[in-house]
Design a protein around this ligand. Structure first.
Ligand code: MN
Length: 452
């Protein structure tokens, strides 16, 4: 599969021409890009890929909203929208190590040292209360200082100077851990950021797993061939050779700067506090590169991130309950699970598996296999009719969750978590039967002839 960004965009132009919109007129990067995408979705019910050809203050064209469609993400994984979770799990279970290549399009233009100017990049401000211009589609590549195993993640970067940004490291996650290890030795942590990548790379970066699971190998699993990586110019790291743009940098030890607030995936503008400092050493890019902007907190962001999250949670539940039917993350911090419960207590085990496998998940609802977890009415019906909260609720106090959960404000993600066993007790087969019709009567009703 072609690993570059542009050939994927060309496929969309050829196969789904209605889903590509070019905006030729000059546009202000402060708020207008994000507002255009969100209002198009709300008013016209459309979610095209947008290219803003002429963005004030920069030579780069800005592309956004690529991931806001499940069929487009399926295309990137070579499967239909319903097979994405299965394909992602297969990539996690069959990771392929990357291949080092000598050069790539991301080396067309190399800017180093004093020539670096972050202000030449699009200065995109997303929402009204944001603390400044943000880079939202920067995928970090960094190595575990002890094992050398890569970690990849999305980290929001606020542009703070000619060669500096702040970085939001989610407390307790892998890149935060690497930074703490380097900082303890008084060292900077080398980190590179790729911006503008094939969606398979974007999805792989969002894989949630153990710290020894290398996301670059999962990217290879998604491509079904090794990810082609090329050496950085100024730091000891490799990056995807076919990325549109690379930022080479390091996270400084013992330094912080005011960051945020920022309109996030939770739907709130939040998170203003002291964050770590990134010092940029080089920018390399394809000649004529598109600058990708993630439309954070909207579908471009939410659809992309839930596929890897659901795959990991399915894997975690399946390790405890082989008869798990489906796992869904319908909204921030929430997980629905349906299982075919063969033994009493399996629903509680499912709750523990989910809460143990993901930092962000705060609320779990487990239902029987006859409940469609893609239908909120059915989940609510099960909660109302199969559940006694004093018997079926699990409550865990003082756990670690997302530092971007506004209900833990002041406590940086120090949070309670809860699960509700909404399965029928003791087992579905022994529970009050649902209303139903004799099969011969049901089959005998001819709706078409009655309505004609
Ligand atoms: Mn990791």
């Amino acid at each position: 599969m072609a690993q570059d960004f542009l050939s994927f965009i060309d496929r969309i132009k050829a196969e789904r021409p209605d889903e590509f919109v070019s905006v030729p007129g000059e546009i202000d990067p402060a708020h207008t890009i994000t507002a255009t995408v969100v209002k198009t979705e709300q008013e016209a019910k459309k979610r095209p890929v947008f290219v803003f050809e002429n963005v004030k203050g920069t030579d780069f064209k800005v592309m956004t909203n690529l991931h806001a469609s499940r069929p487009r993400l399926g295309m990137a994984m070579g499967v239909g929208p319903r097979e994405m979770q299965k394909k992602f799990l297969a990539a996690m279970e069959n990771p392929i190590p990357p291949k080092e290549v000598n050069t790539g399009p991301c080396k067309d233009v190399i800017i180093k040292g004093a020539d670096v100017d972050m202000r030449a990049l699009p200065q995109i401000v997303h929402h009204g209360d944001d603390g400044g211009p943000y880079i939202t589609a920067a995928i970090s590549f960094a190595k575990d200082p002890e094992t050398g195993i890569y970690n990849c993640a999305y980290n929001r970067l606020m542009i703070t100077g000619k060669d500096t940004t702040s970085i939001h490291l989610t407390l307790g996650k892998h890149l935060w851990e690497f930074h703490k290890m380097a900082e303890a030795k008084g060292e900077a942590l080398p980190v590179a950021f790729a911006i503008g990548v094939h969606p398979a790379i974007a999805l792989g970066a969002l894989s949630i797993g153990s710290v020894d699971e290398d996301e670059t190998h999962i990217m290879g699993g998604l491509f079904e061939e090794p990810l082609e990586m090329v050496r950085c110019e100024t730091i000891d790291l490799s990056v995807p050779a076919h990325a549109e743009l690379i930022i080479e940098a390091e996270i400084l030890p013992g330094a912080t700067v005011d960051e945020g607030p920022f309109g996030e995936f939770t739907g709130y503008s939040l998170g203003a506090r002291e964050r770590e400092v990134v010092k940029v050493k080089a920018i390399t890019h394809r000649k004529g590169a598109y600058f990708y902007d993630m439309n954070v907190g909207h579908l471009d962001h939410m659809l992309l991130s839930t596929i890897p999250m659901e795959a990991n949670l399915f894997r975690a539940v399946r390790s405890m309950i082989p008869s798990v039917k489906a796992v869904r993350v319908p909204s921030p911090f929430t997980c629905y699970v349906s299982i075919e419960q063969r033994l009493k207590g399996q629903a509680k085990n499912a709750i523990m598996a989910v809460l143990g496998a993901d930092l962000y998940i705060k609320r779990v609802v487990v239902v029987d296999q006859d409940v469609d977890i893609y239908d909120e009415r059915q989940v609510n019906w099960a909660l109302a009719t199969r559940c006694q909260p004093d018997r079926d609720m699990v409550l865990i106090s003082n756990a670690r969750g997302s530092d971007l959960d506004p209900s833990t404000a002041g406590d940086d993600g120090f949070t309670a978590k809860w699960g509700m066993d909404a399965t029928a007790k003791p087992l579905l087969s022994e529970f009050t039967p649902r209303h139903r019709f004799p099969k011969d009567v049901w089959d005998g009703v001819d709706v078409k002839s009655i309505l004609s």
